[in-house]
Design a protein around this ligand. Structure first.
Ligand code: OAD
Length: 229
């Protein structure tokens, strides 16, 4: 079994989604905050926004959806978790080896990918003495370890998630199903023979394509399913 999660899975924890009526993209412009160009033009502004988000997320705790999915790794012989979320709540609930499709707000990397720096590393700072913080390897700017609009998904992440899509049951939960290539995993899973299930409080572009579309909050539906196992 494999699950692909989106921002709706963290909504009841208090983490803002992106496209709901009170979502981040209703207040903020992605072009000014979540593109390589935005970082090049104003890295301080981009960093301030990510530090603000870190602060909000730090005050949130995992909900039942996170906890159930964390248990399913032990419950099922093979269970893979792919998330578009950058909040780290799956890991805080106990999930390991999460395939983080869009990276993590809790990681940083050298913006120039300097030769000495690793691909990314954990950094849970809520404030820095200067913005952008300097790369400890080359002194250039550090950037948040997330994938921005217009950037490619790392090859290893694509490979691991494609392998995860080759499963018997594929659950897609709490995502508006608008962002590719992540949502392409649903069709990929179906074409490889998976039974596909969507859990969402609204209909999405994949609702008509999945084998079973369940309307309801992910934390409730996943909890009910877990109770029946
Ligand atoms: P969105 O904000 O686009 O969609 C959130 C979805 O969650 C909506 O379809 C809601 O109906 C649903 N939802 C809200 N509360 C729910 C609940 N309790 N249970 C189940 N569903 C619920 O968020 P994503 O689809 O995750 O990209 O957005 C995809 C990507 O777009 C994000 O990863 C981010 C953003 O730009 C990057 O950060 C690169």
């Amino acid at each position: 079994m494999t699950a692909l999660t989106g921002a709706g899975v963290s909504a009841s924890s208090g983490v803002p989604t992106f496209r709901d009526p009170d979502g981040l993209w209703k207040t903020f412009r992605p072009a000014e905050l979540a593109t390589p160009e935005a970082f090049r033009d104003n890295p301080g502004r981009v960093w301030e926004w990510y530090l603000w988000r870190r602060g909000k997320i730090a005050a949130c705790t995992p909900n039942r959806a996170h906890r159930v999915l964390a248990r399913w790794r032990e419950r099922f012989g093979r269970f893979e978790l792919v998330t578009q979320n950058v909040d780290g709540l799956h890991e805080r609930a106990g999930s390991t080896d999460v395939i983080r499709f869009h990276g993590s707000v809790w990681e940083v990397r050298c913006a120039a990918r300097c030769a000495d720096s690793p691909e990314g590393w954990p950094d849970e700072m809520l404030q820095y003495a200067e913005l952008p913080p300097p790369c400890p390897y080359c002194g250039g700017p550090l950037r948040p370890g997330v994938v921005w609009f217009g950037e490619v998904i790392p090859a290893d992440t694509l490979r691991r998630s494609s392998e995860a899509a080759d499963c018997e049951v594929f659950i897609v939960a709490g995502t508006s199903a608008l962002v590719y290539p992540a949502i392409g995993l649903v069709a990929a899973a179906r074409s490889m023979g998976a039974f596909t299930i969507e859990i969402n409080v609204e209909r999405t572009p994949v609702s008509g394509d999945v084998d079973l579309s369940i309307s309801g909050p992910a934390e409730e539906i996943l909890g009910l399913v877990d109770d029946q196992l």
